[in-house]
Design a protein around this ligand. Sequence first.
Ligand code: AMP
Length: 696
Amino acid sequence: MPQRHMQDEVYEQSINDAPGFWSAQADRLHWHRKPDRAIQRSTKTLKSGVTHDHWSWFPGGEISTTYNCVDRHVRNGNGGNTAIIWDSPVTGSKETYTYSQLLHEVETLAAVLREEGVSKGHVVLIYMPMIPAALFAMLAIARIGAIHAVVFGGFSPASLAQRMEASRPKAVMTASCGIEGNKDPLGYKQLIEEAIHASSFKPPKTVIWQRDQLRWDPVVKEDGQRNWQRLVKSARNRGLKAEAVPVKSADGLYIIYTSGTTGLPKGVVREAGGHAVGLNLSIRYLFGVHGPGDVMFTASDIGWVVGHSYIVYAPLFAGATTVLFEGKPIGTPDASTFWRIVEEHKVTTMFTAPTALRAIRRDDGDNDFFVERGGRGRLKTLRALFLAGERSEPSIVQMYQKLLTDYCARDAAVIDNWWSSESGSPISGLALSAAAVRGQVQGPRPLPIKPGSAGKAMPGFDVRVVDDDGREVNRGSMGNIVMAIPLAPTAFTTLWEDEERFYRGYLKRFNGKWIDTGDAGMVDKDGYISIMSRSDDIINVAAHRFSTGAIEQAVTSHPDIAEAAVVGIPDALKGHLPFAFVTLSSHHHQHPAVPDDRLFKEVQILVRAQIGAIAALGGMIQGKGMIPKTRSGKTLRRVLRELLENAARGDFERGVQVPSTIEDADVVNVAREKIEEYFKARGKNIHKSIESQSKL
Ligand code: AMP
């Protein structure tokens, strides 16, 4: 029998002896008061009378996240190490902050907030671009025991108002403008004022970071508006500083609203104690980031959970350097930016979403930019490329794995990891540094990657695959991915002021037995987890369940296809047929919406071979800039499905529900035009059968 890998042993211990495992991890942090124990389990009774299992991490403990992320390193003599490198191609700026400088900024800003009436337990909403001040704000809020709610900068006033009403912030911290890619600066004044106008709850203060690119003018004092830099200057002149205020383990550190591919946003609460312990382990164990000398570049946004955890908190818990990037994978100025950053800042660990790599592949099909830098030996520092946010198709994983093997550090790996706002840190992945669990840096090589799989379960996440009745399915079979209670410490235990919705949204489906992740997929015989799609992205073809993700994978295995979104189109005979929207990988994208016969046939062959004849496509439309996405890179299949269903009924103009989180609303119009062109070219009866079905 082959020897078991350390990741498997660690995992088993975390599940079989959760108290012992997590107590040891808690000891690695500074507590203002040590917890009485690692975990306490109880039963919660809701107003409706429903009862369900509940758990609480590190009861009795008191902790300050900011102290652990900043003060601790300065006190340990590491104040001179670099904490933050800000790299902003959109403004042509770069700045560096050591841990000592960061402490100074944060303790002063925390004092300012206190003077402005914010104290322990209050919520402060952050609506900021990717600038250092945004990180100072998060850490300053946490420093005084308040709770931040970061809303992605650039969200519409309506979605901002929704989050204001839900979180009732004492203050809003914002900037005069955001800069999206190579577009003109986007003024925040109007957006914030409109949101406050629309919200029934009016935040008393708005603290504004003035940027030179576009100022907030005028700052209306009577409306509670304040100039951030002026407040800080005045506090500094008076020598004001705020000490770190500890909070109870179960107190909220932040609220994050989940991305809206479905319904109204949910306020996920992150608890201070569990977050600190879990994240401090994950950054070392999974990401192999241990401290000074390690440089993490997470190309995401502080508005998303990936940004909260791996731009801000985790690298700082470790005492490492984090790169804060204000730019885009392409267009700022081109598809070489990521690799320029790796070279220039000697990045050891990178994290991004596959959608960013696809964008780069579209602009730099042969990876010339990567190869050019790599060929000069400039990318040797890079040890790993972590991917999350959506499914990574094997082709993109394989392509980057080859590039990493050829040009980066020895054994460098592409690591797909699966998680959510709810989980706070990866639920699955492959530990780059399994020995970190024992405080060691050197250890065994990571488990081998399997492209298409998001790795194995991370400590504390008891992942299972069940059928619709909640019964576990055999290894290798598709099903609903759920988790047993308790979840690992970084994960939520409730929703912000909405216990009922927590139960309804996550526990009710399986009668309180499992927590529903909303994702579908499988676990193979070796324990590797594959996430194929959201459960609602499953399509039913002649009573066979197919994941749109799996079909997309088959479609994108065609070399001429850069990207695909597959949705179900109703069919009188089979219930549904898969229908593909594709973007070609050629530089000059063919114009017609109807692909040429050769391409369609070749794709069909791939789908038949990889999925089965029964999953053969009902149709395919090609187009550039046609696949709608949320700002966090998730394909909005529902929007395409609705457009398609309307078109099948001859109703091309009918409105569809577009979530406020959409990245570019114009894409929906492109999709609409392409669909209309397709139906007109193919004859309106092409999906006649659909019509009768969809009217049922
Ligand atoms: P969010 O809470 O906005 O971060 O979205 C979480 C969802 O993103 C998950 O429930 C999955 O549907 C999807 N997701 C995240 N990471 C992955 C991954 N590595 N593979 C497949 N899907 C992913």
